[in-house]
Design a binder for this molecule. Structure first.
Ligand code: SF4
Length: 296
């Protein structure tokens, strides 16, 4: 199915988060909808707010915020912003394939760099390497954390759960090049799929690989089946791994896997992190510190 790009003009680019547990106060998305097409994507419902469906239209009908950089410049120039941290890609991947063509993310990065604004970036794409020089410069003058999602080292599984995202090798190489360029890289080890990517060999393998590549932090998360994710993921499991469907239905009596299961997984992640020498990680920007961050 071909992808349709729809240019739109946004009135605001930053949206505020009022969740004290988050290390950033603002989110930003150059694109809405995401060509990476992960069946487990919890952001799909947001496309319904825009008048589209959360299935194929989320994957193939991409809204492109063509004036994002211009709007961001005005927003960051407001005195009340005070260099509060922004999460770029809070809903949809800022380095999805559309970025090859439109370069909206690159343009907004230049604005963040000009204002030396603390920034978090999350992606599953190695296209971020195109902006390596810019990011490397930003890392010298402001708090910057790039989070790369790694779910598995098994390329066969990756193709199924993240069909249009970068390969396992491409993402590892991205972690390595970003780290080598002096940029702090974290790993979103999310979602861990029960019975598919949750065995100790898989967990240890991912953590060892990203550690070797230079990642400084790992945030794990077991798959959850909130709202419309439930039907979508269970249909996906039924179609691709039908033998696992009864186990999924038994495990997910609610939207979340039981504590007993998740605790076991998180303990395994912690053990693997210890074995690989991960140290306690200080998030670059904490909310209470934001007011003290100033230009230069
Ligand atoms: S890359 Fe992220 S936003 Fe895009 S489809 Fe996958 S989970 Fe959703």
């Amino acid at each position: 199915m071909s992808v349709h790009y729809q240019p739109v003009k946004c009135k605001s680019f930053l949206h505020h988060f009022d969740k004290k547990f988050l290390p950033f106060s603002w989110g930003a998305n150059p694109y809405r909808g995401c060509e990476h097409s992960c069946p487990y994507c919890f952001a799909r419902y947001t496309h319904e707010y825009l008048g589209y469906d959360s299935g194929t239209e989320f994957d193939n009908n991409i809204l492109v915020k063509v004036n994002a950089a211009e709007v961001l410049e005005k927003e960051l120039s407001r005195p009340r912003m005070k260099h509060e941290a922004v999460n770029l890609g809070s809903v949809c991947d800022p380095y999805q394939p559309a970025e090859h063509k439109f370069e909206i993310t690159r343009e907004v990065l230049k604005v963040f760099a000009k204002h030396k604004n603390p920034l978090f970036i999350g992606t599953k794409s190695n296209l971020i390497l195109r902006d390596l020089n810019l990011l490397s410069e930003m890392a010298k003058s402001t708090a910057l954390l790039v989070n790369v999602t790694r779910t598995t080292l098994d390329e066969n599984i990756r193709r199924k759960i993240e069909p249009r995202a970068a390969t396992t090798e491409e993402r590892l190489e991205a972690v390595k090049q970003l780290s080598d360029a002096g940029i702090t890289v974290g790993i979103l080890f999310v979602p861990i799929f029960p019975y598919l990517t949750d065995d100790s060999e898989s967990i240890n393998g991912v953590i060892k690989a990203v550690s070797d590549a230079g990642a400084k932090n790992i945030v794990p998360g077991v798959l959850d089946l909130r709202a419309s994710c439930r039907n979508r993921v269970l249909s996906f499991i039924e179609g691709i791994f039908p033998e696992l469907l009864p186990k999924y239905i038994a495990l997910y009596k609610t939207a979340y896997a039981p504590n007993e299961y998740t605790s076991k997984i998180y303990r395994a992640v912690e053990t693997a992190q210890r074995q690989c020498g991960f140290k306690t990680f200080e998030t670059p920007v904490h909310r209470e510190e934001q007011q003290h961050l100033t230009c230069g």
